[in-house]
Design a protein around this ligand. Structure first.
Ligand SMILES: N=C(N)NCCCC(=O)O
Ligand SMILES: [Zn+2]
Ligand SMILES: [Zn+2]
Length: 330
């Protein structure tokens, strides 16, 4: 079953060309330019001028692509091969100005706008968390305010740093102020670590987020947390933003503002799979900073997260018969 007249072009087979050889597109997939219609695109946003601590997330996209070589196709949990159900392709990287944040935001939004206009959903590879704002601007322009499930150690609803409004600690405050998020259905997952003051939490709630602190994972079964999130999101258009620092530094050392006491990659991957069937309109994976990574631990985690997000997007298309034109099935 396929949405296309032609079968999607999948990854180069690891039986024909070893997985460590060949071009470094995400998962050895074709490039956007090389296929007629792309359902899901992988878009790199190598921007890290918004960081408050260690820099280096500008190298995230190439690091995640390198780690993604190891991926195989079939998802035995969701029970589909996403690369057979939908056309997935690598969109390359956005050319964004590393010296002018305002200009970079415009460039990132314009790029995302153009893919959404072409009917392509995106998995964006950051870059620091600043990039979630221009992506959400484009998403909300197309879908209206979206439910945001935000996996992160940090709230990222702080106001300004040194008087600057566009940083990796403030994208979700801006997004809420601009009406880009559904304030009834947005959550932070995995929040932890010291904050600046108790007022941060009050402000965060007023901006429309429900925080699920990492301590809840100690005391509640994972399924009950998953059910709470799914119930909140329902059938709304959903945007998932994954700051890799939601993972414990043992599971993702390669990031700029690590916080001890985080999720395992096993927990995070399981939570993402739970969105199978949800209306996931696009997603990002941000804050991968390879200079602090070891043995590609963070890269493999990010690549696997991207794969699960793609699988979730494929499962929604698969289950949604209205997307299919009679006679198109091959
Ligand atoms: N978005 C990430 N990763 N970090 C934000 C931290 C902002 C701060 O330390 O104030
Ligand atoms: Zn964070
Ligand atoms: Zn963040």
């Amino acid at each position: 079953m396929s949405l296309h007249h032609f079968d999607p072009i999948g990854p180069t087979s690891g039986q024909e060309l070893p997985r460590y050889a060949g071009f470094a597109t995400f998962a050895r997939l074709p490039r956007f330019e090389d296929v007629a219609k792309v359902d899901v695109g992988i878009l790199g946003v190598p921007f890290d001028a918004g960081v408050t601590y260690r820099p280096g997330a500008r190298f995230g996209p190439s690091h995640i692509r390198q780690a993604s070589r190891l991926l195989r196709s079939y998802n035995p949990v969701i029970e589909l091969d996403p690369f057979r159900e939908i056309q997935v392709a690598d969109c390359g990287d956005v050319a964004c100005n590393p010296f002018a944040i305002d200009e970079a935001l415009v460039q990132i939004q314009a790029a995302v706008d153009s893919y959404l206009d072409a009917g392509t959903r995106l998995v964006v590879l950051g870059g620091d968390h600043t990039v979630a704002l221009p992506v959400l601007r484009a998403i909300a322009k197309k879908h209206g305010p979206v439910a945001v499930v935000h996996f992160d150690a940090h709230l990222d609803t702080w106001d300004t740093y040194f008087g600057e409004s566009y940083t990796h600690g403030s994208p979700f405050r801006r997004a809420s102020e601009e009406g880009l998020i559904d304030r009834q259905a947005s959550v932070h997952v995995g929040t932890r670590g010291p904050i600046y003051s108790a007022d941060d939490l009050t402000a965060d709630r007023n901006l429309g987020f429900t925080p699920i602190h990492v301590r809840e994972f100690l005391r509640r079964p994972l399924d009950s947390i998953i059910e709470e999130i799914l119930a909140l999101v329902g059938t709304r258009p959903l945007y998932v933003s994954i700051d890799i620092d939601v993972l414990d530094p043992a599971h993702a050392p390669g990031t700029g503002t690590p916080e001890p006491g985080g999720l395992t990659s096993r927990e995070l991957l399981e939570m993402i799979r739970a969105f199978a069937g949800a209306n996931l309109v696009s997603a990002d994976i941000v804050e991968v900073a390879p200079a602090y990574d070891h043995a590609e631990i963070t890269g493999f985690a990010a690549a696997s997260i991207a794969y699960e997000l793609i699988s979730v997007m494929a499962s929604h298309s698969f289950g949604n018969q209205t997307n299919k034109t009679p006679g198109n099935d091959s």
